[in-house]
Ligand binder design. Structure first.
Ligand code: EPU
Length: 454
């Protein structure tokens, strides 16, 4: 994926001298409090949902991220009026009229989440055309289940080299079985089905907390959805949806990342604004390793325990261990005593970043499974603890970016993280939050001409 045109976290400097870099000088235990921001993967879908109604939708606690800004640009391209109040973290959208049904390629391809606007536009306008959405370097990421859902609801779907066109004068409710509980697949179909005629049942639906929250937002907009959080979601179509005001829930993935940052540095950190039940897949593993974790109401305290033991993890849909916390967790496992096995089961190729961890001194072997070059899954063995040293490393996606940054927090010397725009896409005020709890992290630029040297 290319860097986004809008980078809202880069400080304003004219003619930067070289490539942007995060310089992380390791060796500081983190102490203090971190406020958790609104969830990116909830906010992006809520923005898409605003296209289902001509009324005003007000979203609060929206993290001011590059992916959020590019999604609001996409909404504007469809004719919506968008107001962004960065200080209050509020976005107001009025999609009084949808003025086009062809998604502009560059904006649509900026994020993977843009695929979910296909549901609302198709349901409201009877047509949507778009090119394959963008995303990260973590595997193939097809959208066959989204498209099959549209077809099951009566849409004609044409896929060719120019992109995808889906048409249906009126979507019809039906039963849709998903081969896998796709997160955005469920959200796309959920939104499309709100305005379909009759009843839609999604079987093997995603139970990710962001899907549940989106369904509840849609219900507040007048949709009739039951079964959220279970593998069977039922949607009774309605004629129209109306406006609503809502608060984006806290980002469990950001919370997991900061919990791991505390654990890897043997620090003592309190996270504020977390939802306990959503944190369990990560906190159970931290407890198993010997880390002290206390959860009370919306606060979570992480303290070093008496041990940091190796554990096995396998990534799975919620409530399994989140794939989006896998990279930060692997950084932690490099510091744990013994052999840890990591099985990445959501994306075929989401362990590539471990090459950089190995360059930093980690002892990690990766195995890929699948016929020929078609990986079906990857797994890693991590042996620890290993001392790490600073290196120049490159982010491949949002989560590998912070995984490598966390490794830098315990590395000897300076780690230079390149392709920093991935951090901006998923973590609000990442450097500011880390610095506030004692990390030595600098968001700066390399001297001109030194980009290739390592
Ligand atoms: N898949 C298919 N066909 C489909 C859809 C998915 O084969 O039609 C496969 C994917 O290739 C992947 C697996 O199913 O191997 C899981 O994909 P899923 O559809 O569940 O993921 P997603 O909806 O594309 C969302 C998040 C991801 C997060 C996953 C899992 C958004 C915008 N993205 O992706 O977040 O990892 O769910 O929870 O919500 C991130 O935030 O860094 C990120 C990658």
């Amino acid at each position: 994926m290319n860097p986004p045109a809008t980078n809202i976290q880069t400080s304003e400097r004219s003619a930067p001298p070289g490539e942007r870099v995060l310089k992380i000088r390791g060796g500081h235990a983190l102490h203090g409090e971190v406020p958790i921001s609104g969830a990116k993967n909830a906010a992006l879908k809520a923005l898409a949902a605003t296209l289902l109604t001509a009324d005003e939708v007000v979203l609060n606690n929206v993290p001011m991220l590059a992916d959020v800004v590019s999604t609001t640009e996409l909404l504007k391209a469809f004719g919506a009026e968008v107001e962004i109040d960065r200080r209050r973290e509020r976005v107001i959208v009025r999609a009084g009229e949808i003025t086009r049904t062809a998604a502009p390629r560059e904006l649509f391809n900026a994020t993977r989440a843009s695929v979910v606007v296909a549901g609302p536009i198709l349901a409201r306008c009877g047509e949507i055309s778009f090119s394959m959405p963008g995303g990260d370097d973590i595997g193939k990421r097809p959208i066959d289940m989204h498209l099959r859902g549209f077809q099951r609801m009566g849409a004609e779907v044409v896929v060719d080299s120019r992109g995808i066109v889906a048409k249906a004068e009126k979507l019809k409710g039906t039963r849709i079985y998903m081969d896998y509980p796709s997160h955005t697949g469920t959200e796309t179909i959920l939104m499309a089905a709100t305005l379909a005629s009759g009843k839609t049942v999604i079987v093997n639906a995603s139970a990710e907390p962001e899907v549940v929250w989106l369904g509840n937002l849609l219900n507040r907009m007048g949709a009739r959805i039951t079964g959220l959080g279970s593998p069977f979601i039922t949607i009774e179509g309605v004629e129209r949806l109306h406006g609503a005001s809502d608060i984006v829930p806290p980002d469990r993935l950001e919370a997991g990342t900061f919990a791991i940052a505390a654990a890897i540095t043997r620090g003592e950190v309190t996270l504020t604004g977390v939802v306990e039940s959503q944190m369990l897949p990560v906190t159970e593993k931290l407890l198993e390793m010997g880390v002290d974790v206390w959860l009370r109401e919306d606060r979570m305290l992480i303290r070093p325990g008496t041990a940091l033991d190796a554990v096995d993890i396998q990534t799975l849909p919620f409530p399994g261990f989140p794939t989006d916390v896998q990279a930060p967790f692997v950084a932690l496992l490099t510091q744990a005593e013994g052999l840890s096995r990591v099985h990445e089961r959501v994306y075929e190729d989401r362990l590539q970043y471990t090459r950089d961890l190995v360059r930093m001194g980690a002892d990690i072997d990766v195995a890929r499974f699948g016929p020929n070059d078609e990986y079906l899954a990857t797994a890693a063995e991590v042996r620890g603890p290993t001392p790490l040293h600073g290196e120049r490393v490159t982010a491949l996606d949002i989560r590998s970016a912070v995984g490598l940054a966390l490794a830098g927090l315990v590395a000897d010397g300076e780690t230079e993280l390149l392709d920093v725009y991935h951090v901006d896409r998923g973590y609000a005020r990442f450097v500011e939050k880390l610095t506030a709890i004692g990390a030595d992290v600098e968001d700066t630029f390399l001297p001109p001409g030194s980009e290739g040297a390592s």
